[in-house]
Design a protein around this ligand. Sequence first.
Ligand code: PGA
Length: 260
Amino acid sequence: MRVVILESAKQVSQRSAKHICQVVEEIPSMTLGLATGGTPVGTYREMIEYYRQGQVSFAQVTTFNLDEYVGLPRNHAQSYYTFMHQQLFEHADFEQSRCHLPDGEAEDLSAACEAYERAIDEAGGIDLQLLGIGTDGHIAFNEPSSSLASRTRVKALTRQTREDNARFFDAPAEEVPKLAITMGVGTICEATEILLLATGKGKANAVRDLIEGPVTAQVPASALQLHPHVTVMLDEPAASRLARRDYYLHVEALQLELEA
Ligand code: PGA
């Protein structure tokens, strides 16, 4: 696991967007796994800037989002469909027919989950998966106790997650949907490369458990310790509870020297 500690959230956005755009440049028809939430918004802004400056095209990229609320209409202001269109897709040259999100309105939710897994397979799997992390250690909506081998399915959100996400709904936690379709931990871990971003002090415990804790279903993000190609990009507050912070900084400095 490569742990990159940066001074600010802005640097996390810049560095992550640069990396994603480099991969797209190398493989224009790559498959990109995308995340929602507050953390990736800055990354998406930077990616749009690369596009506007003519440095990257997403026209051949296929995307798969991690999750979607169950029961919210697509055009609901807080659906992840709306989020992705507003924050990224409509500001660059993404081809709509290649941008996938789980169907949270499906009548048969388990069939929709299976169809999503099939679509990922048919696209040849995910080349690069972008992730955030929940304050309770979730990735996508795989809440604590999720099987580390899980596939795309419906999950009940924890009270903590609904409270954390209430800020987007501008409403009490009770109004945040109770269920979501989410890629499983097993689905996520099949991506060739994973880039997890975390910023802010509120993530410091989850980040410590992800990087330095035991691999446990109580912290679904800890499953990433078993993946061969993971980069975790953090700002200083998110990295503030890491016991080996100095070592990670040392390794990263050596890595940058090698890459120079
Ligand atoms: P956030 O959510 O980016 O809004 O903090 C991250 C997550 O829940 O995975």
